[in-house]
Ligand binder design. Structure first.
Ligand code: SF4
Length: 581
């Protein structure tokens, strides 16, 4: 795609947008901000929109957006060698000071490499010169385990944008040159400079140590940067409205950050602690302001109802004429009042995550609800007139047996009975949709040492769940394949030696099997190995705030099927787990 064609496409996108920022470039720090996927996907991402807003809120920064071109144009653009340009001013990315990435999903790692190539920037940091923009990688996945992306980044921004953006600007203003900037950032909380560390390995191939290079002042461990409180902070909201996104012109808002339930597999739960609510009045003011551009509010918090004023917020959003879509609801969030508000706003589907079918296995993973409570919640859900119930389950959990798989079928049948009772009364046919994924043990969780269950065993379990849930009227199950989770686990649990696999997969069109064969990287080492005796884990270079001793004790309790704190005890959680010090 030639430059004029990219320009036309950008102008077409801008003509349909409300809220983008156009600033002169002179005398400012110029940031090209990439979402490593298409415009359609990226513009639905609240994290990406938030960083764009935070950058442009600074008078001394101009930030413009960049996306992966649509598939049909990508090959052509790579072949033509036309420089990748930003949406706002159609300026080549190479002319910016910083090329920043907001990365939310492991599957987008290959797209990071593609965008660097499209921009004419060497993908590997070691091959860049002072003439290249600084490549900074941030976003949710990178502060959990940035190591597979480390060779591509000059800077990894670990933590929350609200804290990182001002620190970056200050360092830029004070720095004499590129090297000086990196040295300054290395001393700031939340900035990890991968080239400032040598990684030493043991003969067994595990990491022995991250060794900061002499003279860099880089810390032994980089502390994640996070807001201590959100009391006086604007909630992240959609600032650019466009019809060309996954969710259309939806007003997305983060009502509360974090979740205190401490499910042992959940990196989002652990990594966004402590629970912090955004100010009610600002949420409502921003919603009011956005109403002319949007008729649906998407609430993206993982623990929506931990906001102390949630009922009032929902009531007032409905009064403003918004239809409301919660991203997900915890079972303990489901009160008749909340469900009534959601029904009133036109919602027909509720998604809940029992995770597994047996109370015993739920104690193992610290999901502190029981089957009785799930069935009680279903009564309220269907009594409110909701027509579809989506259920998330996992398999491959520690201590899982065939009985637990049968229990997935049994709880589904019981839920179906509740549904049929209410559906018949109303003379309708409703549905239950189950989704089953193999557990991918995640960094920064109590399961970070756990190997993924081996492929043969998971395959058998997948077949077993498929056959158990097949042929039940009004129930539809989607069971994910083991291979999909295996490659995701490699990207989650890998270290910087996985980077060549990402490069190879980027070249060959995401054929991960061929990428592994080509590079000779032993994926089993990362995915199927028990890490509990490892001295250093790849993600230990970032201190996310949780204590290793806590995770160890949670892991042991898991094997004993013991619960930790009950839900709705955020204060105690925050006191016991001092994330921010
Ligand atoms: S309830 Fe559990 S799984 Fe859900 S966000 Fe909270 S910690 Fe994670």
């Amino acid at each position: 795609m030639k430059h004029w064609q990219q320009r036309e496409r950008a102008l077409d996108l801008l003509s349909k947008e409300v809220g983008y920022v156009r600033k002169p470039h002179g005398g400012k720090l110029r940031v090209a901000l990439a979402f490593p996927n298409t415009y359609f996907v990226g513009m639905s991402n609240l994290g990406f929109q938030t960083v764009y807003k935070l950058f442009n809120a600074e008078d001394d920064i101009v930030c413009e957006r960049v996306f992966l071109p649509p598939k049909t144009e990508l090959a052509e653009q790579l072949a033509a060698g036309a420089p990748l340009v930003t949406v706002e001013s159609q300026t080549p990315v190479r002319d910016f000071d910083v090329f920043a990435f907001s990365v939310s999903f492991e599957w987008d790692y290959t797209n990071v490499v593609t965008l660097l190539r499209l921009a004419g920037i060497p993908p590997r940091a070691e091959s860049r010169t002072t003439h290249d923009p600084l490549v900074m990688i941030g976003g949710a996945v990178t502060f959990v385990n940035p190591e597979p992306l480390a060779p591509f980044a000059d800077i990894i921004a670990a933590g929350e944008g609200e804290v990182l953006v001002p620190s970056l600007l200050q360092a830029f203003k004070a720095a004499a040159d590129r090297e000086d900037l990196l040295l300054r950032l290395a001393r700031e909380r939340g900035f990890y400079i991968p080239s400032f560390y040598d990684v030493r390995y043991t003969p067994a191939g595990t990491i022995e140590a991250f060794v900061p290079r002499e003279g860099t002042g880089a810390p032994a461990v980089v502390k994640k940067a996070a807001l201590k409180t959100t009391d006086a902070v604007d909630p992240p909201v959609t600032t650019i409205f466009t019809p060309d996104t996954e969710f259309g012109s939806r007003f997305l808002v983060e009502v509360v950050r974090g979740c205190a339930n401490l499910c042992r597999f959940c990196w989002a739960g652990y990594n966004y602690l402590p629970v912090r609510a955004f100010p009610k009045e600002r949420i409502l003011e921003l919603a009011e302001r956005a109403r002319p551009y949007s008729a649906r509010a998407g609430l993206v918090s993982i623990a929506l109802c931990d906001h102390p004023d949630i009922e009032e917020i929902l009531t007032r959003l409905v009064d403003m004429g918004y239809a409301i879509s919660p991203a997900s609801l915890r079972l303990d969030d489901l009160t008749p009042a909340i469900l009534d508000l959601l029904r009133k706003s036109g919602e027909k589907t509720i998604t809940i995550a029992p995770e597994t079918g047996s109370d015993r296995l739920r104690r193992v993973i610290n999901k502190t609800v029981t089957n009785d409570e799930i069935l009680a919640a279903a009564e309220i859900i269907f009594a409110s007139g909701m027509e579809n119930l989506k259920l998330y389950f996992m398999i491959g959990l520690p201590t899982e047996t065939d009985e637990d798989l049968v229990a997935i079928r049994d709880i589904t049948l019981q839920l179906r009975d509740v549904m049929l009772k209410h559906a018949r009364r109303r003379g309708h046919v409703w549905r239950i949709i189950g989704s089953v994924n193999p557990l991918v043990p995640k960094p920064g969780t109590a399961y970070q040492w756990l190997p993924m269950e081996d492929d043969k065993s998971i395959d058998q379990k997948i077949k077993r769940v498929r056959s158990l849930t097949a042929g039940i009227d009004n129930v539809y199950f989607n069971v994910k394949s083991e291979r999909h989770s295996f490659y995701q686990a490699l990207l989650s649990l890998g270290d910087r030696r996985v980077a060549p696999v990402i490069e190879a997969a980027e070249r060959n069109g995401a054929n991960w099997r061929a990428a592994l064969a080509e590079t000779g990287v032993d994926a089993h080492h990362y995915v199927f190995r028990d890490r509990s005796a490892d001295a250093v884990l790849p993600w230990d270079i970032i201190d996310g705030g949780m204590k290793e001793s806590f995770f160890r004790s949670e892991f042991d309790k898991s094997l004993r099927a013991e619960w930790t704190l009950p839900p709705k005890r955020q204060k105690e959680n925050a006191r016991l787990l001092p994330v921010l010090n």
